[in-house]
Write a protein that binds this ligand. Structure first.
Ligand SMILES: Cc1cc2nc3c(=O)[nH]c(=O)nc-3n(C[C@H](O)[C@H](O)[C@H](O)COP(=O)(O)O)c2cc1C
Length: 305
C-alpha cells in the first residue's frame, strides 16, 4: 500500500495542480448538483413508504414556499406595525364560581366532542351573516406580535367552486395514484376518501384559510409576519370550533400541490399560501362518519406535581 503510494509520488509532483482542480470541481458538483438527501428519522422504517410519499409531495409543495422569495422587498426598515406607546387598558374577564366553572368546562368539552369531519353535504343555504360571524370568531385568535397573518377567502359562486374542485381533484388523483405511496393510501382507507371531492361543489360555501408570510403596505413597505404559520393554524382551530358551534359541519382538508393554482384562481397575492380548504354547510340527510374513538385523557395529559 505504502510502496504503491510512493510510486505515485512523481505523478503527483508533476500533476498536482490538475489533481487539486479536479478535486475542487468534484466537491462543487457534489455540493450544488446532487439532490439533498436528509437522513431518515430514527424508527422511520415502518413508515418508509409514507415518508417517501411525503418527501415527494414536499418536493412540489416547496415550490410555493420558494415563490415567497420572489418579492424581494426588504422589511428591515419597516416601522413597527403597532405603536410602541400603545396604552395598557384594564382587562377583567368573566369569572365563575368553581362548581360552575367545572360544569361549564365539562359542557364545552362535551359539545366539542360531538364535532366530526363530514364529507357529505346538503346544498341547503346558510346565511352569509353566519359565515361572517364564524370568520370574525377566527379573527379573535392570538398571533405573533399581533400580525394577524391570515385571510379567509369565502367562495359561494358555483362556477368558482367547480373550478376549485377540478384543480383539487386533478392533483388528488396524482397524490393518491403515485405521490403518496401505498402505505399512506392504506393508512387513509378507514376514512373512505379518494381523489373525488363532490363536497367541494355541494357545500354552500368553501372557506380557504390563507397564511400570509408578510404583507406589503399601501406605500410599498413590507411588514414581516412573525410566527405566521402557527398563528394561522390557531385561527383555523377557532374557525373549526365556530363552525361547529353554529351547528354546521366541515372537513379539514389540505389541498396538496394545488395551493398555487388555487391562490391564482382566487386572485390572492404571492405573499399568501393556502393552508386549508374547508367546505362549510349542513350535512346531507344520509351523512356518515368513520366510527373512530378519541384518545382518553390519560393518554394525552401528563401532570407533574
Ligand atoms: C391537518 C389535517 C389535514 C387533513 N386532511 C384531510 C384531507 O385532506 N381529506 C379529508 O377527508 N380529511 C382530512 N382531515 C380530516 C381527518 O381525517 C380527521 O380530522 C380525522 O380522521 C379525525 O376525524 P374527526 O375530525 O371526525 O375527529 C385532515 C385533518 C387535519 C387536522
Amino acid at each position: 500500500m505504502v510502496s504503491s503510494l510512493l510510486e505515485l509520488a512523481p505523478f503527483f509532483a508533476t500533476y498536482w495542480p490538475h489533481v487539486c482542480a479536479a478535486a475542487l470541481l468534484l466537491y462543487l458538483a457534489a455540493t450544488y448538483l446532487l439532490p439533498k438527501v436528509s437522513p431518515a428519522p430514527a424508527g422511520s422504517t415502518t413508515n418508509g413508504q409514507a415518508n417517501k410519499g411525503i418527501a415527494k409531495i414536499k418536493e412540489k409543495e416547496d415550490h410555493p414556499l420558494a415563490e415567497f422569495e420572489e418579492e424581494k422587498v426588504d422589511g428591515s426598515m419597516a416601522p413597527p406595525l403597532h405603536c410602541s406607546d400603545t396604552p395598557q387598558i384594564p382587562y377583567k374577564p368573566q369569572r365563575f364560581p368553581e362548581g360552575e366553572m367545572v360544569a361549564k368546562s365539562r359542557e364545552f368539552y362535551e359539545t366539542l366532542n360531538k364535532r366530526r369531519s363530514v364529507r357529505f353535504f346538503s346544498g341547503e343555504p346558510v346565511p352569509m351573516e353566519v359565515i361572517e360571524n364564524i370568520i370574525r370568531a377566527a379573527g379573535t385568535a392570538p398571533s405573533g406580535a399581533h400580525c394577524e397573518p391570515w385571510t379567509f377567502v369565502v367562495v359561494k359562486d358555483p362556477k368558482i367552486k367547480s373550478q376549485v374542485r377540478e384543480i383539487v381533484e386533478q392533483e388528488e388523483y396524482l397524490n393518491y395514484d403515485r405521490r403518496m405511496g401505498e402505505k399512506w393510501v392504506t393508512d387513509l382507507k378507514f376514512i373512505g376518501t379518494s381523489h373525488e371531492k363532490p363536497y367541494l361543489e355541494e357545500a354552500p360555501y368553501l372557506i380557504l384559510v390563507m397564511k400570509q408570510q408578510y404583507h406589503i403596505g399601501e406605500d410599498g413597505t413590507k411588514y414581516t409576519h412573525y410566527y405566521y404559520e402557527i398563528s394561522t393554524a390557531i385561527a383555523a382551530g377557532f374557525l373549526l370550533t365556530a363552525i361547529h358551534m353554529a351547528g354546521l359541519v366541515t372537513v379539514t382538508t389540505t389541498p396538496l400541490n394545488a395551493g398555487v393554482a388555487l391562490r391564482e384562481l382566487l386572485g390572492r397575492p404571492a405573499s399568501e399560501k393556502v393552508m386549508l380548504l374547508l367546505p362549510v354547510g349542513y350535512p346531507s340527510a344520509d351523512a356518515t362518519v368513520p366510527g373512530i374513538a378519541r384518545k382518553p385523557l390519560e393518554e394525552i395529559m401528563v401532570v407533574k406535581m
